[in-house]
Write a protein that binds this ligand. Sequence first.
Ligand SMILES: [Zn+2]
Ligand SMILES: [Zn+2]
Length: 451
Amino acid sequence: MSTTPSSTVVITGGRVIDPANDLDQTTDLVLEGGKVKSLGNVSKPGTIAETVLDASGLIVCPGLIDIHVHFREPGQEEKETIATGAAAAIEGGFTTVCCMPNTDPALDDDGRIEFVFHQAQRADLANVYPIGAVTKARQGGELAEIGLMAAAGAVGFSDDGVAVASAAVMAKALSYVAMTGKVLMQHCEDPELGGGAMNDGPLANRLGLSGWPRVAEELVIQRDILLNMRQNLGCRYHVQHVSSGGSVALLRRARRDLFGHAHITAEVSPHHLLLTEQECADYNTLFKMNPPLRSRRDIEELLQGVKEGVITILATDHAPHTREEKEIEFVAAPYGIIGLECALPLYVQALIDTGTIDWPHMLAMMTCNPARLCPLPNKGTLAPGADADVTLIAPKQRWTIDASRFKSKSRNCPFDGWNVTGRAVAALVGGRIKMLRDGERARGATESVSH
Ligand SMILES: [Zn+2]
Ligand SMILES: [Zn+2]
């Protein structure tokens, strides 16, 4: 199911939404030689293209980007590999992902960064860019080889899974990462206050579970903002998986008063927009996350943050775990859920169906905004010359999430069985079709000429 990179593809009659270029119109898109060639009506697409995709009724947008996934390779290949993770990404319409360094061993030197690129190339599905560890083995002490990893292609740095807890180490890390021009992504959790099994509060007390309070997140955000500002470091600083409404208030003020928008950004994940701590009441480990699910009020504040543009990026925090690991008592189970294959309709439900934002705004948060953060040149845009990474979306398609059919190796998905609306129906990477659903073939949006 792939055409050669040099072939020409015309995608006809779709609603082309390209937020990077403020474009939202029904037109045709021409891809050639693995790049975007042009936008605009094509009179006889069959005469110029080996492949014609009929996209009428569909949204055509730059390939979706998820800057926060866990692919578990090396070290825990029974949960996910770079190849199975990339397959899950494509299935969900994501053509580019950034994988976190909490593998075993951690991605903390240039050789391991190169390993990720190598495995991704072999899989030949989604583009996979590694995030390097901030500190050696993610232990929070000595800085990792940030300069060497940046030179090897790491697009950002994080100790995700844990925060860089020491202020002194963080200050040094901010100054080193600033020199590379990359982004420092922080898992904001003060380890002395966080680490509980669920949101801190009356429900945790009633269930007899340890609490992980909002302030553990907020303190780290505020500390990092101050470090970055007071020392005039100007590092790109990105808050991963915001869960607390209080964090939105801190980010709002920082983006307004302290730096300018480029230097402080934040992402939010589907589960923090749709689920609350009430889900933990039955001790179902599929609802154990880090940071934990919070309250309805937090969700409202997160939605407000998205609407105002305080939170500018959507990310899944796709975190595969085996069934055996999740089927143990709540306290002992690992944190996290998988998300790549059902994120898109969940964002639709959380953000579009609630009237919070529209399709162009939502797609900006999944295309050009993440591409600019890292940065990922030639991604997240349909400008002529950009990489021909394209996602086709059926915005009204109703379907049922069925985790048993996921391409991911893992099944830890609390949304299994949900009836949702909106689905990626085709994904192209470098002008080559990596996913095209049968339904699209049946209704005529098919390759007109085989290869
Ligand atoms: Zn994290
Ligand atoms: Zn994570």
